[in-house]
Write a protein that binds this ligand. Structure first.
Ligand code: PLP
Length: 452
C-alpha cells in the first residue's frame, strides 16, 4: 500500500510550463477599454513588474523559476500526492483516486506558488507596496506571507461578506503585517460609487479588484497583484501539475480524468496544463474537468466575449467566459469561486473543446467535504470540496460501468479558517441557490463590451 507519494526536494521543477506555446488557437489579444484596439504589454507597466509582463505575453514553452524562489518553495514543496484509499473504500469504487495536496503551504492553499514569485519580482524592481483583493482570504493571506518575506507592505481589499464571516483569515493577514480593508470601502472612488448605490453591498471580487487597481495606479512605488485569472499566475501554478506528473509516474499510473475547482482558473490550470500538454502533443486523451459553483456558473452558463476583469471597468478587456462584470453572485461559502469571469487561457481551451466544465450546488460539495474529512482525515476548504464532489461523481460512474478509471483531483487548500461554513452546514442552515436564467440574462444585457 503506497498511500503517500513523495518527491525529494531535488525534484522540484526548475521551469514553469507555458501552455501558450502549444495551444492550437492562441488566445485573442487584450483590448484597450476606450479604443477597443489590441493592447501592448506596455499598458500593464503601471501595475506589474517587467518580468511578469513578459511572462504574461510569452510564448516560450518553459520559463525558468528564479533560484531564490525555488529556495523558498522548498519550505513546502514538493507537496505530497495521496492515493485516496479511505475515500475509495467508502465509495466501494473500482476507480483509483489520487489527490495532490496543496494545503501544506504556509497559507494553506496553492496560492503561495504564485504569491512568492510575484512578490519577489516586484521587490527586484524596487517596488515597496503591493495592493490586492481577496475573496475568502486565501489569496490575501498568501500575498501577505510573500510580502513579509521581502519586506514589502501589503494592502488587501477583502470582499465584505468574507471580511465579516472569516475574521481569522483577516487576522492571519494582519499577523504577516498586511493592512486589510472590507470592500467596498470608502477609500477609493470605485468603492464609494458602489456604496452610494447599495450601502449594504456584500462586495464581490470584481469590486475589490477595482479598489486595489485604483490604489496601485495612483502611486509610483506601488504595484498590484492578482491571485488568479492572468496568464503569469496560471504559469506559476504549473509547478503543481509538473510535480503531480512525476508522482503519478512513480505510482505507475496516468489519469483518465483530472478535476479541479474553478474560481479564475489558477489551481485548475496548475494541475491540468502539464497533462494537457500530452493531449496537445497527441499522446494522451486525458479529460480535464473544471468545477464551478451553480451560483457563479461562468463556464457552463456564461458567454465567451470581451469583458473587464473588474466591476468598475478599469482593467483591459479580456476575451473570456463571463457572467458580466456587474454580476454579484449569491454569498455562498466558497468565496474563492465567486468571480464573474475566467482566465483567458482556460477560456480559449474551453472554447476549443479541449477541457470540460461542470457546475455543482454547495450542499453536495459540503457533503463530499465531510465524507473526505472522515475518510482521508483532511478538512477541505469549501472551494476544494467542489473538486472532491466531482471526483465522487466520476468514481460512482466508474462503479456503475464496472471499469477501472484513474481520477486525479486538486485538494487545493485546507478549511481550517472556514469552520463557520461547516458550522452552517452542520446546523442545516446551508441552502442551494437556484440561479434563474433571467438574472444571468439581465447581467449580460447590460454588457456593452466588444464581441469576440
Ligand atoms: C483561490 C482559491 C480557489 C479559486 O481560485 P483559482 O484561481 O480558480 O484556483 C480555489 N480553491 C482555493 C483553496 C483557493 O484558495
Amino acid at each position: 500500500m503506497n498511500r503517500k507519494i513523495l518527491l525529494p526536494e531535488s525534484e522540484i521543477p526548475t521551469h514553469w510550463y507555458n501552455i501558450a506555446a502549444d495551444m492550437p488557437n492562441p488566445p485573442l489579444p487584450p483590448l484597450n477599454p476606450q479604443t477597443h484596439e489590441p493592447l501592448g504589454p506596455e499598458a500593464l507597466a503601471p501595475l506589474f513588474p517587467k518580468a511578469l509582463i513578459e511572462q504574461e505575453v510569452s510564448t516560450e514553452r518553459w520559463i525558468e523559476i528564479p533560484e531564490p524562489v525555488r529556495e523558498i518553495y522548498t519550505q513546502w514543496r514538493p507537496t505530497p500526492m495521496f492515493r485516496a484509499y479511505g475515500l475509495e473504500k467508502a465509495l466501494d469504487t473500482p476507480a483509483k483516486i489520487y489527490y495532490k495536496y496543496e494545503g501544506v503551504s504556509p497559507a494553506g492553499s496553492h496560492k503561495p506558488n504564485t504569491a512568492v514569485p510575484q512578490a519577489w519580482y516586484n521587490a527586484q524592481e524596487g517596488i515597496k507596496r503591493i495592493t490586492t483583493e481577496t475573496g475568502a482570504g486565501q489569496w490575501g493571506s498568501a500575498l501577505s506571507y510573500a510580502c513579509s518575506l521581502f519586506g514589502l507592505t501589503c494592502e488587501v481589499y477583502m470582499v465584505k461578506v468574507s471580511y465579516e464571516g472569516k475574521p481569522y483569515r483577516k487576522l492571519l493577514m494582519n499577523t504577516w503585517g498586511a493592512d486589510v480593508y472590507p470592500s467596498p470601502s470608502d477609500r477609493t472612488a470605485a468603492g464609494r460609487a458602489i456604496l452610494e448605490q447599495d450601502p449594504n453591498s456584500p462586495g464581490s471580487l470584481g469590486i475589490a479588484i477595482s479598489e486595489a487597481v485604483e490604489m496601485a495606479a495612483q502611486s509610483d512605488d506601488a504595484h498590484y497583484a492578482l491571485g488568479s485569472v492572468l496568464n503569469h499566475v496560471l504559469l506559476h501554478q504549473t509547478i503543481v501539475g509538473l510535480e503531480a506528473k512525476k508522482q503519478l509516474e512513480m505510482a505507475g499510473d496516468y489519469p483518465d480524468v483530472i478535476i479541479a475547482p474553478f474560481g479564475g482558473g489558477s489551481n485548475f490550470a496548475g494541475l491540468t496544463f502539464p497533462f494537457l500538454k500530452d493531449k496537445l502533443d497527441g499522446t494522451s486523451s486525458v479529460r480535464c474537468l473544471a468545477v464551478e459553483p451553480e451560483s457563479c456558473p461562468k463556464l457552463t452558463r456564461g458567454v465567451f466575449r470581451y469583458d473587464f476583469g473588474d466591476t468598475a471597468g478599469m482593467t483591459p478587456l479580456l476575451p473570456m467566459y463571463t457572467l458580466g462584470h456587474d454580476f454579484v453572485p449569491a454569498p455562498i461559502h466558497a468565496g474563492g469561486l465567486r468571480y464573474h469571469g475566467a482566465g483567458v487561457l482556460v477560456s480559449q481551451l474551453l472554447k476549443d473543446n479541449l477541457i470540460e466544465a461542470q457546475a455543482l450546488h454547495q450542499t453536495e460539495c459540503f457533503e463530499a467535504g465531510i465524507l473526505f474529512a472522515n475518510t482521508e482525515g483532511i478538512l477541505p476548504a469549501p472551494e476544494a470540496t467542489h473538486g472532491i464532489a466531482q471526483a465522487i461523481r466520476e468514481a460512482t460512474i466508474a462503479k456503475e460501468a464496472g471499469g477501472e478509471k484513474v481520477i486525479l483531483f486538486n485538494m487545493c487548500g485546507h478549511g481550517h479558517f472556514d469552520l463557520s461554513s461547516y458550522e452552517a452546514f452542520l446546523a442545516g442552515n446551508l441552502v442551494d441557490n437556484e440561479l434563474p436564467q433571467t438574472e444571468i440574462d439581465a447581467s449580460l444585457a447590460t454588457l456593452d463590451t466588444p464581441q469576440v
